[in-house]
Design a protein around this ligand. Structure first.
Ligand code: PEP
Ligand code: MG
Length: 571
């Protein structure tokens, strides 16, 4: 429950106002004040960042300070105010537009890269002039529901600290990265399928019922009272699910154990419960370290983070995935590089192999932290064996360096690959010879197989997890893994879907890794499944020809298991 704050792609609605000659001075003063305040704020932020993450990390603010105090630019705005006799914010926005147009056309990459910083600075200056200044670093004054087209994971993480209690977006969905982060933070959200921005203005009271997917605009007193009660009951639920679980024993009726793992984006709230319940980390999305701060943590900082989590979970395994940046998790840093088709662009291992220093420092940090013996390294977005070979070469080189420097690490550290691009699934037999484990990222595998953007609600009807083609690719990967004697995990959202559990168990998947709050329910579910029946069920499903038929089979099996009906759920 909160007040809407509508964030548009063009965040500010600036109107042109003519002003009398006598007010020109006044407008210039408003401009000067706003830019001066911005400079001061940036300096304070810079100093804080330097204390928290060191001088090198704080450098990004230097560029912004320089932009905010650029006299030449301010002079052009002032001339516009005086010559055209217009309000400061309009003159500012017009001059800004000209500057950005010029930079966008420039051949100089450095100049083009400045656009992002210029936008960040100008948003602050404009918000000060327009009096939309409540979103300071202490957050919004009141519980706020952010309304917009889509937000990056980094924006979500930053806003979550600022009294944002809900998200309402036109794009995205549960499998989008925005969706994953919002869920991992336990924030209610409704996404897609409605054009929220047009119906809502900033300040409108809104309730989001994330369980039902309902959005109530301008709720009456009765509804508010009702929802306050519901909220009080639900608020602590995600953590309570784990807190209340006494044990997690995912063993099938016939005694076959299935491993469970947790997907973690942000370390912290779930750790102790997971450890108590004996569940390791099946997927640690390290790119969230970057999103949280918008700077890349250096080797030392990463080493501390990785070794802390490994020691905490020891002897339970901790699977660290190398940075998966790009695609719909564009970082604001990489966002400077515009791509027409980012999901098919510079993402995951492709970024890592080009930005070698970044990759090297991450791998070094992971290897050093592996001395505790329970770390596994996982590589995302691999589409070709050459990427694994190049990564392995780098890993071997780092290992030699560490040996020379007598720094301890796990000599047998398992290296795995995400199977999330169809080409990887199709060549899984060969990839399996190169690595120690597979982790099937179904979120992306569905997106790339079905050619349906995981964040675009307009094509969500094509994003079919139960499509026979997706199942075939999963089966290929599982068979190839087992033929080569390596284990296979499912770590996409499908892993936590009870309807799909019998199929995965039937295929012989070794581990399911999911959002921690789903673990107790899935473990309980597994204990009702007979893995021998599941195997027969999986072979039958593999012969089905349409999504509808597969979904029906999943649903029927689910109903049988749920009702514990006598007889078999395999028909
Ligand atoms: C996936 O693609 O299924 C996956 C687990 O990775 P991510 O959601 O981080 O892309
Ligand atoms: Mg993925």
């Amino acid at each position: 429950m909160g007040e809407a704050q509508v964030i548009r792609d063009h965040a500010f609605h600036v109107v042109r106002r003519s002003i009398p000659a006598g007010r020109v001075k006044n407008e210039i003063a408003r401009l000067r004040n706003a830019s001066q305040t911005t400079v001061e704020e940036l300096r304070t932020t810079r100093n804080k960042a330097a204390r928290a993450i060191g001088d090198s990390g704080a450098n990004i603010f230097d560029a912004q300070i320089m932009i905010a105090s650029d006299e030449e630019f301010l002079e052009s705005v002032i001339q516009r105010i005086s010559k055209e006799r217009i309000n400061a914010e309009y003159a500012y926005q017009e001059t800004l537009g000209d500057t950005i147009d010029r930079l966008e056309k420039s051949d100089d990459l450095y100049l083009r890269q400045m656009i992002h910083d210029i936008r960040a600075v100008s948003e602050r200056v404009l918000s000060l002039m327009l009096g939309v200044g409540q979103d300071d670093e202490n957050g919004f004054n009141r519980p706020t529901i952010l309304v917009g087209r889509i937000f990056s994971p980094g924006q979500v993480m930053a806003y979550a600290k600022r009294n944002v209690v809900g998200f309402l977006t036109e794009e995205g969905g549960p499998a989008s990265h925005m969706g994953l982060v919002i869920r991992s933070l336990g924030i209610p959200a409704a996404m897609g399928d409605f054009s929220v921005g047009e119906q809502l203005t900033t300040g409108t009271p809104v309730i989001i019922d994330g369980n039902k997917g309902d959005v109530i605009i301008n709720p009456d007193l009765e509804t508010r009272r009702n929802y306050r009660r519901i909220r009080a009951q639900k608020q602590s639920q995600p953590l309570n699910v784990l807190r209340q679980a006494r044990s997690i024993t995912p063993v099938c009726v016939d005694g076959r154990p299935i491993k469970l793992g947790a997907n973690l984006e942000i370390p912290g709230p779930f750790d102790d419960h997971l450890i108590r319940l004996g569940v390791g980390v099946g997927l640690y999305r390290t790119e969230f370290l970057y999103f949280a701060k918008q700077v890349f943590p250096d080797e030392e900082e990463q080493y501390l983070i990785y070794s802390r989590i490994a020691e905490k979970f020891h002897p339970l395994p901790v699977t660290l995935r190398t940075f998966d940046l790009g695609g719909d998790k564009y970082s604001d840093h990489l966002g400077k590089i515009r791509e027409d088709n980012p999901a098919l662009g510079w993402r995951g291992i492709r970024v890592a192999l080009d930005a070698t220093e970044l990759f090297r420092s991450q791998l070094r940090a992971m290897l050093r932290a592996s001395a505790s013996g329970n770390i596994r390294i996982l590589m995302p977005m691999v589409s070709d064996a050459s990427e694994i070979i190049a990564s392995m070469k780098l890993i071997e080189k780092i290992k030699r360096e560490l040996r020379r420097s007598k720094i301890q690490f796990d000599e047998d550290i398992p290296i795995g690959v995400m199977i999330e691009v169809p080409s990887a699934a199709l060549s899984a037999d060969y990839l399996a010879e190169l690595v120690d484990f597979f982790s099937i990222g179904t979120n992306d595998l569905v997106q790339y197989t079905m050619a349906a953007d995981r964040s675009n609600h307009r094509v969500s009807k094509y994003y079919n997890s139960a499509h026979p083609s997706v199942l075939k690719l999963i089966q290929m990967a599982v068979l190839a893994a087992h033929d080569n004697g390596i284990p296979v995990t499912i770590c996409g959202e499908m892993a936590g879907n009870k309807e799909m559990a019998p199929f995965f168990i039937g295929l012989g998947v070794d581990e399911l890794s999911m959002n921690p709050t789903l673990l107790p329910g899935v473990a309980d579910w597994i204990s009702r499944i007979n893995s021998i029946e599941a195997k027969r069920f999986a072979s039958r499903v593999m012969r089905l020809t349409t999504t509808e038929k597969v979904s029906r089979a999943f649903r029927e099996a689910y109903d049988y298991i749920k009702q514990q009906k006598k007889g078999s759920w395999i028909r």
